[in-house]
Design a protein around this ligand. Structure first.
Ligand SMILES: [Zn+2]
Length: 62
């Protein structure tokens, strides 16, 4: 099973691959504290806090 990684730039969680499918960055971390699923980026306080503008799965790093 591919290991999940979190992009260090935009916090997108993705599996496998060397690059973030969202922003294309190759810097990633496999240690993150939690995850959040953003469905309504415009309405979500968490999305605004994480500066997320798309829906998807994002890592929370504390
Ligand atoms: Zn990214």
């Amino acid at each position: 099973m591919p290991k999940e990684k979190a992009c260090k730039i935009c916090n997108t969680i993705y599996e496998g691959g060397d690059k973030c499918p969202n922003c294309g960055a190759s810097e990633s971390s496999d240690s993150f504290k939690g995850r959040v699923r953003i469905l309504n980026p415009e309405k979500s306080e968490i999305a605004q806090k994480l500066k997320v503008k798309k829906k998807g799965n994002f890592a929370i790093r504390a």
